[in-house]
Design a protein around this ligand. Structure first.
Ligand code: C5P
Length: 222
């Protein structure tokens, strides 16, 4: 059976990583969460007081930064210069500022290069915002996941409650809408459905239903 590449894009909290992880596991493929890479460099920049609007300084910082994504028992682990930061990069501080870092051309160019190396041998499920359009433009399967802002905020709210994190639905709606706006309106590689991507509106679908729809697409290709 040939090992293909699967690109899953969509706005914040659309369920991309949950779905991508399950699919990678079912197919024994590598899972790459590209958002985690942008989060990791944002986290480091905040730690070392690097100005998030200073593209050149951020680019120098990224050049000296090692980001590794490794499979763990409970999902993907993120390492920054050898130190695990899987949970730290999910903080509200990082979440609300990552899109400022991700809009810089130099940062995106370097991240895309690293992501393409991760995906070079196929057998990969990669999720993000520009995977189908820029990172893996030749991916055999491209999916664009959608859901209303309300639905995405409610899902994140439930997730936060389950994890014991503070949760405020109105605040989540505002934060998700703000991140959508920055990600879709940026100049370089904005969040956009690739022309050949299959759009799936997950608003009224369960995770399992979304996974099954994608697996049908996969079966048609391998
Ligand atoms: O997927 P996640 O929500 O963790 O992504 C965090 C942020 O990283 C996004 O809001 C976006 O600004 C940026 N990102 C990106 N391109 C990707 C993946 C994430 O610009 N391929």
């Amino acid at each position: 059976m040939s090992k293909i590449s699967i690109a899953i894009d969509g706005p914040a909290a659309a369920g991309k990583s949950t779905v991508a992880k399950i699919i990678a596991e079912k197919l024994s493929y590598i899972y790459i969460d590209t958002g985690a890479m942008y989060r990791a460099i944002t986290y480091k920049a905040l730690q070392v007081n690097c100005e998030l609007t200073d593209e050149s300084a951020l680019n120098d910082l990224l050049a000296q930064t090692k980001i590794d994504l490794l499979p763990g028992e409970k999902g993907q682990l993120v390492f920054l210069d050898g130190q695990e930061v899987t949970n730290e990069i999910r903080s509200a501080e990082v979440t609300n500022q990552v899109s400022i870092v991700a809009k810089h051309r130099l940062i995106r160019e370097e991240m895309v290069k690293r992501q393409q190396q991760f995906g070079a041998n196929g057998g990969v499920v990669m999720d993000g915002r520009d995977i189908g359009t820029h990172v893996l433009p030749h991916a055999e399967i491209k999916v664009f996941l959608l859901a209303s802002v309300q639905e995405r905020a409610e899902r994140r709210y439930q997730e936060n409650l389950e994890k014991g994190f503070p949760a405020d639905l109105e605040m989540l709606i505002k934060e998700i809408a703000a991140r959508d706006k920055l990600d879709s309106e940026r100049e370089v590689a904005p969040l956009k459905k690739a022309e050949d991507a299959v759009e799936i509106d997950t608003t009224s679908l369960s995770i399992q239903e979304v996974v099954e729809k994608i697996l049908v697409l996969v079966e048609e290709r391998i």
